[in-house]
Design a protein around this ligand. Sequence first.
Ligand code: MGD
Ligand code: MGD
Ligand code: SF4
Ligand code: MO
Length: 692
Amino acid sequence: MNAPAEFARAVCPHDCPDTCAMRVTVENGKAVRVTGDPDHPPTQGVLCTKVSRYAERVHHPQRLTTPMKRVGRKGEGRFEPISWDEAFRLAGERLSEIAERAPEAIVPYSYAGTMGLVQGDSIAQRFFHKLGASQLERTICAAAGAAGLKYTYGASLGMLTEFYEESELILIWGSNPIASNLHFWTRAQEAKRRGARLVAIDPYRSLTAEKCHQHIALKPGTDAALALGMMNVLIRENLLDREYIDAHTLGFDELAGRAATYPPARAAQICGIEEQVIVDLALLYGRTRKAAIRLNYGMQRVRGGGNAVRAVASLPSLTGAWRDRAGGLLLSSSGWTPANSHALERPDLIPGWPHKQPRLINMNAIGDALTHPGDAQFGPKVEAIVVYNSNPVAVAPDSEKVAAGFARDDLFTIVLEHFQTDTADYADLLLPATTQLEHLDVHKSYGHTHVMVNLPAIAPVGDARPNTEIFRGIARAMGLEEPALYESDETVAAGAFRWDDATLKGSDWESLKTAGWIKLNLPDAPLADGAFRTPSGKCEFFSARLAQQGLDPLPDYLPPYESADGAPELAARYPLAMISPPSRNFLNSTFVNVESLRSTEGEPHLDIHPSDALRRDVHDGDLVRIFNDRGSMQARARVTERAREGLVVGLSIWWKKLAPDGRNANQVTSQALTDLGGSATFYDCLVEVERV
Ligand SMILES: Nc1nc2c(c(=O)[nH]1)N[C@H]1C(S)=C(S)[C@@H](COP(=O)(O)OP(=O)(O)OC[C@H]3O[C@@H](n4cnc5c(=O)[nH]c(N)nc54)[C@H](O)[C@@H]3O)O[C@H]1N2
Ligand SMILES: Nc1nc2c(c(=O)[nH]1)N[C@H]1C(S)=C(S)[C@@H](COP(=O)(O)OP(=O)(O)OC[C@H]3O[C@@H](n4cnc5c(=O)[nH]c(N)nc54)[C@H](O)[C@@H]3O)O[C@H]1N2
Ligand code: SF4
Ligand SMILES: [Mo]
């Protein structure tokens, strides 16, 4: 007989702007179903397809349930079970030995497998800070955009997502919300029903682009030129809000000077689109009162990503679109949340802090870092890497180098995981971590403005432990005495937010636990009266901070590293631009091993324009090889006009070992970094394609 069903409250942990509230049905100690919480306004009772399968993932027969140590060769993926005591002893011995000699030879590697502040950014960071280990620059996704916003608005601020449904025009820019921001798409559809016009700006006819009224298929990496061309028209036609500009912005004259160098004809030539398209878009944008932009990260994964965000982010301040709650721009709302990162991460535990900072390793260059012999400039050779909340062998660029680094026999690798991923295959110690349904956490969101709590719904599966508990265990085995390393998850969670901030007035940890979520107190149109967080308090078209660093103080178009403009010789050898944005049924590389979702995606595909296919004698359904100097992968060709001419699209991110040729798109992507923020340049990548 089944025990009576009960609901537990949880939060979707994934790297997605929607941060949904979930209800978990538990029967006999097992999670049998997760559904969207109908009471949580941003979630509206709906989860995406992949997270609807979360219970399948949690109780998957291949969940890691016991600590293991490697018995085979690196990468072979052969392990034998050991006890937690043994695992902590082995980890502690090796890390202590390295830490005494060269703490910076230890490198943490993590990203947003969970967005939870407790299982993501707390005990683990404290642990590495205490050791004086290298610090990881967590830049694989959004750093160019974050820097663009910081230099323009002062922080990751934007309009509130709920008011897009009142907008009259929505530019969906570098964003594919049907796949990656579903609850925004619901708002956009509501706006459409009320008469709004939706325009997609995307080199690829994505699931979203095909459902908009208009799709502007520009060349990848040319968004800054489009925005500057629009400004040129807005200024020429005087579609400006002079009062807003005078009161709340800095550097209008200088920006106008820059925009003057981008007449629409020039911008159109750079973007590979018609001049009239830019003129019409600018006129429509400038003449619509409730004009909103949903900017997203797809447009900043190129050399000029930071400048492109600065250029686009300047538009609503020129037209004063911020004055209406249904106008403005949203890239990330995370800056509204008063998270207490100092309390969570405790940088003051770093030996010699604040005068001494351990070496920084940019996670996008992990391939170079792991294969570096060490020298005076780089510092010590990397001897140990501890991976949690991430799957770098699948997701990091220039994967041949990354895999070569992880394959080093003299590298000590610890991986905390739910599953035996591509990265886990290289572990010396593979440690089973709990999922969101098994541990406590708190969340902020980068797509809405609620803070949320996730309470454990079920006991840990097998012998899995929360990340926090695993790091405490290693710290204990190393004899570390710092009390901050042993704080309970609940104490960490309670300190995660600055409760005295005006946006959280009247709430505290206990009330969050009871309510499940708290909506931040913010005005409906939070930037209507300026209140930017830059040094000047204004929207900084002109950034003195950039000038001080010897950088261009104004936004500009920077040609992609890998493009006919940026590297003509390379473009002659590798004429096709490749992008590899997320597929709908995976979340980065998460869920690729959930059979029901993988079978929906089928196999790795490459979308290629008919004229590019014809030139290569490639037919729909052919197996093709995609290659450049960094590596190659195979995929099944889909000959389609979804990809503009000169562009190929391979939706990602496949587990290598679940792809027919054991490879994925990161075989060809590069470690080069963006102009601002040191972000990854996954969509700045030239390749050639041939039939296998
Ligand atoms: N289903 C699903 N949802 C996800 C994810 C997932 O893997 N799967 N990943 C999550 C994560 S980590 C993130 S960061 C977000 C990513 O989601 P988004 O922020 O939306 O970014 P991308 O999906 O990378 O790209 C969005 C669109 O930008 C387009 N694009 C590529 N290059 C350019 C360009 O140069 N200019 C312009 N204008 N457009 C360009 C792509 O073709 C794509 O359709 O989604 C999150 N949500
Ligand atoms: N070619 C290409 N590459 C890309 C991108 C692209 O568009 N194209 N997108 C990039 C972007 S935007 C991002 S954000 C990165 C994402 O890269 P990652 O952050 O590495 O994301 P995932 O691939 O989802 O891997 C997260 C892993 O964390 C594990 N995990 C989840 N929760 C926990 C937990 O509580 N504890 C532990 N120990 N583990 C946990 C999951 O099982 C999963 O294997 O990939 C980047 N790589
Ligand atoms: S991945 Fe995004 S849309 Fe899907 S359940 Fe999680 S937060 Fe919601
Ligand atoms: Mo991301």
